[in-house]
Design a protein around this ligand. Structure first.
Ligand code: TRP
Length: 334
């Protein structure tokens, strides 16, 4: 609890360009949470170097992501938006928690197996202990809730196991976090293969709408979206392409699928695609404009970075000092 509010933690990696899926599934839902929760949103750059990065590119992307958080509507006065690498407590707690995590547990992580297969030439220890760093992110702020997608559920489970294990030995040190499932954060699928999630790492650029795509690009991609030959606009699993278009439309307009189906009944697929494309372009345009403005305001963004790193460090140090005492490190002489 901070000032009587529950704590929420989440993070994103600054690798790849954010997609409409990231926006509608995560970022856009985050905006509404700061009234109810004390929110920490980190740009998790420590996680990023588990795969090789071009340094100048990583720095640029990290700043862009942080700026985009704000452009998308997160108020940096109400939400702690910061770089993970600016708070040394993440790495320090991570070391301690490594000593409370078993090789066998980490060996079972499906994301490790996937990434090890994908980066066979660089299966480093950081990639292996990635979930422990993620646990440290969450536990460092005593987070009550963590909004995560299904692909990160296994990591949240191991976080809970580590917290409970530690608490069983040393008493109630960590809050055991729960997954946060917001109001039906719709899962946005690939435009080229609607059986697959829209992903920022898809090689086919037509499969994903990127947050920075201009209106023409957005409309062109929707025009090319894969549908089916049924010829009717219905919201059902047998028509995943059409269902995905309707889901995107509903997520952008706050309408219910039924309402959308009525609106498009008797119309052709071409018309639906145009309407969804235009709706999405209209949602993205203001975010892009705001992003462009903010990017020019170096002083403002620098101020956000500085102030929020200070705030994050304050809460991180509180937990870290407690943990260090519990495991038997000597008190600091002040
Ligand atoms: N591993 C997460 C991802 O790739 C990012 C992340 C790092 C995170 N630390 C976190 C998400 C803590 C939630 C909470 O998506």
């Amino acid at each position: 609890m901070i000032d009587g509010k529950k704590v929420l933690f989440s993070g994103m990696q600054a690798t790849g360009n954010l997609t409409l899926g990231n926006y509608l599934g995560a970022l856009n839902n985050w905006i509404t949470l700061s009234d109810e929760y004390e929110c920490f949103y980190s740009v998790v750059d420590l996680h990023s170097i588990t795969v090789r990065q071009e340094p100048s590119e990583l720095r640029k992307r990290a700043r862009n992501l942080l700026t985009l958080y704000i452009a998308a509507g997160l108020d940096p006065e109400k939400n702690c938006i910061y770089y993970q690498s600016h708070v040394s407590g993440h790495a320090e707690l991570s070391w301690i928690l490594n000593c409370f995590t078993y090789m066998g547990e980490l060996n079972r992580m499906t994301q490790f197996k996937d990434k090890a297969a994908k980066h066979a030439d660089n299966i480093n220890a950081g990639l292996f202990t990635y979930p422990v760093l993620m646990a440290s992110d969450i536990l460092l702020y005593q987070a009550d809730v963590v909004p995560v997608g299904v692909d990160q559920m296994q990591h949240l489970e191991i976080t809970r196991d580590i917290a409970q294990r530690f608490n069983a030995i040393y008493g109630d040190v960590f809050t055991v976090p729960e997954a946060y499932f917001g109001k039906a954060g719709r899962k946005i699928m690939s435009l080229q293969n609607p059986e697959k999630k829209m992903s920022k790492s898809d090689e086919n650029v037509n499969a994903s709408i990127y947050l920075m795509d201009d209106t023409d690009t957005v409309i062109r991609k929707f025009k090319r979206a894969v549908t089916d030959s049924e010829g009717q606009i219905a919201y059902r699993d047998e028509q995943p392409g059409i269902k995905n278009l309707l889901d995107i439309y509903c997520a952008c307009t706050n309408k219910e699928p039924e309402e959308a189906v009525n609106e498009f009944s008797g119309k052709g697929y071409g018309e639906l695609k145009m309407a969804v494309g235009e709706t999405v372009a209209n949602v993205l345009a203001p975010v892009q404009t705001r992003f462009a403005e903010l990017s020019k305001d170096k002083q403002y963004i620098d101020g956000v970075i500085k102030n929020n790193a200070q705030k994050a460090n304050y809460y991180a140090a509180k937990t870290l000092r407690k943990v260090q005492r519990k495991v038997g490190f000597p008190d600091r002489i002040r």
